[in-house]
Design a protein around this ligand. Structure first.
Ligand SMILES: [Zn+2]
Length: 387
């Protein structure tokens, strides 16, 4: 039924077009069109949109004035998932000899998108290539081609088209191109071509020096070949490329350093990245290493200095565990712990809105965010909320 609401405006527009044309065309022709127009409205009202559409399309003579309408209609069909209908309409349009070059290439571009949506990638590909060849709508055509090659996993073609797209649009495709090289490398891994894999991954890094994927894969390969020193080199750059990927490589780095007998080097590395990007899990890892290498006291000293700047419950828990096994006097340990807990508690909110979750340190009878009354309540200390 909702289809009627989409077609009615078109029907109204057609009616208006018909009245406008009376002066141009013969009376008889207008009468013919008029009959068809009422026929299609009738189909619409009888909820037979398919028939209505056929009549509409027949009514629309292809001339310079109606090409736009055909294109818009075809676009709508495609967006509604009626790809067959869109394809027929656009093919019909292209077959007309009276289209100008701009109209013809526009219709080709639309048809290419229809084919894409229908999964007819070969046909879409040749249309887009044709457009690029005649230098019409190149940028859009290149964009669609990249999508096709990605879908088809034709990475070499994707790379070459992405390079052309970069030239045309002046927008960087380095992230994408690097990923395509990584995909190629993955294929070669399966073919057991290690040298080629390394070559392709280096290529990825040439395009995008921040390609984490290439560094991780190179590191993994080196690890597999027991080349731990080289693996460390690859893994060590990941935190500079994207620090979010640290958790992905740290355990592997640790293994490599252990193999190399260089736990100290691992500790130095962790200290360095902890300064740039603090994270609790990193801190805990380093504390564990310090404890294993240097003993409880240095580990506690490190933890308490870190926790003063970045208080966290997980850190506190490790601190307690260390205190239990340490030789330090109980009062001293308890003082450090109390100090850290104070810090943790200082930052917590005291009140929370039951309606929207707003948190604050003071009591508002009307929530400042959602404006509801009497919804802001004290947070119960017993709740697990603080964790
Ligand atoms: Zn609220």
């Amino acid at each position: 039924m909702d289809f009627v609401w989409f077609l009615l405006p078109i029907a109204m527009w057609l009616g208006w077009q018909l009245s406008k044309r009376k002066t141009k065309r013969s009376e008889q022709k207008t009468a013919e069109c008029g009959t068809a127009y009422y026929k299609s409205i009738n189909y619409l009202l009888n909820e037979q949109p398919d028939k209505a559409i056929e009549v509409f399309i027949q009514m629309l003579e292809v001339d310079n004035e109606t090409v736009e309408t055909h294109l818009a209609l075809g676009n709508l069909f495609r967006r509604r998932g009626e790809v067959d209908r869109a394809i027929r309409l656009h093919q019909n349009l292209i077959a007309r000899p009276n289209l100008n070059e701009e109209q013809r290439t526009q219709a080709l571009l639309e048809l290419g998108q229809d084919y894409m949506k229908a999964g007819l990638f070969d046909r879409a590909e040749s249309l887009f290539l044709e457009l690029i060849d005649i230098n019409a709508h190149s940028e859009i055509a290149l964009t669609f081609l990249v999508q096709i090659y990605q879908q088809e996993k034709e990475w070499n073609k994707a790379i070459s088209i992405a390079e052309q797209l970069e030239d045309t649009s002046k927008e960087s495709m380095k992230t994408e191109i690097a990923q395509y090289y990584c995909e190629l490398a993955d294929e070669q891994v399966m073919q057991k071509q290690p040298e080629r894999v390394v070559e392709l991954l280096q290529q990825a890094l040439k395009y995008d020096p921040d390609c984490v994927r290439a560094s991780i894969t190179l590191g993994n390969l080196a690890m597999d070949g027991a080349e731990f020193k080289r693996a460390i080199e690859y893994f060590s750059v990941v935190h500079k490329q994207d620090s979010d990927f640290c958790p992905q490589v740290l355990p592997k780095l640790m293994t490599c350093h252990e193999e190399q007998g260089g736990i100290k080097a691992m500790m130095e590395y962790l200290e360095k990245i902890l300064q740039d990007h603090f994270s609790t899990s990193l801190m805990l890892m380093l504390a564990g290493l310090i404890q294993a290498e240097e003993g409880d006291e240095p580990a506690m000293a490190f933890l308490s200095s870190q926790l003063r700047i970045h208080p966290s419950v997980q850190g506190l828990e490790q601190m307690v565990a260390l205190s239990l096994s340490s030789q330090k006097s109980e009062t001293e340990t308890l003082e450090i712990l109390r100090d850290l807990m104070k810090r943790l508690l200082q930052d917590r909110p005291h009140f929370k809105c039951q309606g929207c979750g707003f948190e604050g340190k003071s009591l508002h009878w009307q929530c400042p965010r959602c404006k509801q009354w009497a919804q802001v309540k004290p947070i119960q200390v017993s709740s697990s909320y603080y964790l």
